[in-house]
Design a protein around this ligand. Structure first.
Ligand code: C5J
Length: 244
């Protein structure tokens, strides 16, 4: 029987397991991707979209150094790394009026800001922060919405590479991270969210957003701190011990 869903291979006896909630997450390097959601100046630095909505962007600062360590370890282990960026075409034709006109921000999408037009592709503010900048060969998925699957090639990219499990990081926890994890879950992917590599402007949302992922036996997926992921990654990357 064929299935439209990715089929995660059952973990072998030697597959390292991330110590996660609600239970261990098997880490198979060949079928797992590290996903960095929207680590853009527009969300993480002053003068961008996040701040225009009235948020304190300093709340996200702690994510960058921890995620940098995870990114470097993932690259060294040969894991597929995928970056996403939320943003719109310069003519805003891909921005729903409801998104453009909602609320009373200090500046709207497309307005000029210190890093160029807010949340517009090609502008400095739309790009990824220096510490986490993609290297050659790492796909960057530009998305107009909150989820990485909507109106993008993300699903095709994962399918073509045989990816069935996602280690999800980035900002913000309850918005683009959650939307992507929910989209992925419905499409059959298994998602591990790294709790100290995702960030919210709202401490309460950070806590409950993570709890919501792993509650009910892992209704959307798994959560674990970066250290637990790094320990399993080190085990997965270690050369097999010779028995001869
Ligand atoms: C938001 C995002 N918060 N990347 N976008 O509007 O989470």
């Amino acid at each position: 029987m064929t299935t439209p869903f990715p089929v995660p291979a059952p973990p072998g006896p030697d597959t390292p397991v991330v110590d996660a909630q609600p239970y261990g997450f098997p880490l198979d390097l060949a079928t797992t991707a590290l996903v960095l959601i929207d680590m853009q100046r527009d969300f993480v630095e002053p003068g961008g979209f996040g701040e225009s909505l009235g948020n304190d962007v300093a709340q996200l600062a702690g994510v960058v150094p921890v995620l940098k360590g995870v990114l470097e370890a993932a690259r060294a282990a040969g894991l597929l790394v995928v970056h996403t960026r939320e943003g719109h075409l310069p003519d805003l034709s891909d921005c729903p009026p409801a998104k453009l006109l909602r609320g009373k921000p200090s500046a709207r999408i497309g307005d000029p800001g210190p890093n160029g037009r807010i949340l517009v592709r090609g502008e400095k503010g739309h790009d990824i922060v220096d510490d986490l900048y993609p290297v050659d060969g790492e796909p960057v998925v530009d998305k107009p919405g909150k989820g990485a699957f909507y109106a993008t090639g993300f699903g095709d990219l994962l399918r073509e590479r045989g990816i069935t499990r996602l280690v999800v990081t980035g900002v913000t926890t309850e918005v683009c991270v959650h939307t992507t994890v929910r989209e992925a879950n419905d499409r059959g992917y298994e998602c591990l969210v790294l709790s100290d590599c995702v960030g919210s402007y709202f401490p309460a949302f950070q806590q409950v957003g993570l709890e919501m992922v792993a509650a009910q036996g892992g209704i959307f997926g798994w959560t674990a701190p970066a250290a637990a992921f790094l320990a399993a990654l080190a085990a997965a990357s270690a050369p097999a011990l010779s028995t001869t």
